[in-house]
Design a protein around this ligand. Structure first.
Ligand code: PLP
Length: 247
């Protein structure tokens, strides 16, 4: 696979998405050299990252939070050991809350954050409107000194037919990065792009993804049957409750 010549030659990071999978699978992947792991529920991430076996066997593990983050869960997320990146900042209020919560930890490093964009415009997906991207990043850069803006993240619509051309949601994220770089006078290699999952990571890398989030292709299909609360719609998408509470 090759990365387009006009884009920064960044080796994409593989985030192994271990949601619903046991700690032993994380440890096994780690023992084969995998370092970055992703989870989308705060409680599940906190439990897994605090697991004594993971703590002792995986000292260099880097956890990415990739799920929707509600303000009441921010403090809990900030308590996660080896939290490396929050990929899903989707409002200024959330950024402010994360900023002040991380500040209280008095960590020597800023918390890396990505801004999540709803590129597909689907009501069921989280993220900012594309038009809100620049203001959001400026807000982080000027008002959130404990946060380090590192990139843009999107899920995009599923099942895009590549015979119709490149995935427009990924193209949207690329063009938002261009706009951001012009407005903020920064270079493309300062803005990561988190896009691509099991179904579409190859295409995502071909068009310039720097961070792919892959779960089922690595760990096998997820079994939600034992945990009815963690069904697919609640895991990746807005549940009906949140949609009705939105305004
Ligand atoms: C679950 C999840 C993934 C991984 O999905 P797979 O299709 O299993 O690769 C990637 N990104 C997000 C935001 C997820 O919730």
């Amino acid at each position: 696979m090759s990365i387009p010549r006009d884009l920064p030659a960044i080796q994409p990071r593989l985030v192994a998405v271990s949601k619903t999978k046991p700690a032993d699978m994380v440890i096994e992947a780690y023992s084969h050299g995998q370092r970055s792991f992703g989870e989308n529920y705060v409680q599940e991430l906190l439990e897994k990252a605090s697991n004594p076996k993971i703590l002792s066997s995986c000292p260099e593990i880097k956890w990415h939070f990739i799920g929707h983050l509600q303000k009441q869960n921010v403090n809990k997320l900030m308590a996660v050991p080896n939290l490396f990146m929050l990929e899903t900042v989707d409002s200024m209020k959330l950024a402010d809350k994360v900023n002040s919560s991380w500040q209280k930890k008095a960590s020597s490093e800023r918390l890396k954050v990505m801004v999540q964009i709803n590129t597909s415009g689907e009501e069921s997906k989280h993220g900012l409107l594309p038009s809100e991207t620049v203001a959001m990043v400026e807000h982080i850069n000027t008002k959130c000194p404990s946060l380090e803006f590192v990139g843009l993240m999107t899920i995009g619509s599923f099942g895009h037919d590549l015979s119709q051309g490149p995935n427009p949601d990924f193209q949207m994220l690329l063009s938002l990065r261009e706009e951001l770089c012009k407005k903020l006078n920064i270079t493309a290699d300062q803005v990561e792009l988190s896009m691509g999952m099991s179904m579409d990571f190859q295409h995502a890398i071909e068009v310039g993804s720097t961070n792919v989030r892959i779960g089922s292709t690595i760990f096998g299909e997820r079994d939600y049957s034992k945990k009815p609360a963690l069904d697919k719609s609640a895991a990746d998408l807005k549940g009906p409750m949140e949609v009705t509470q939105a305004h």
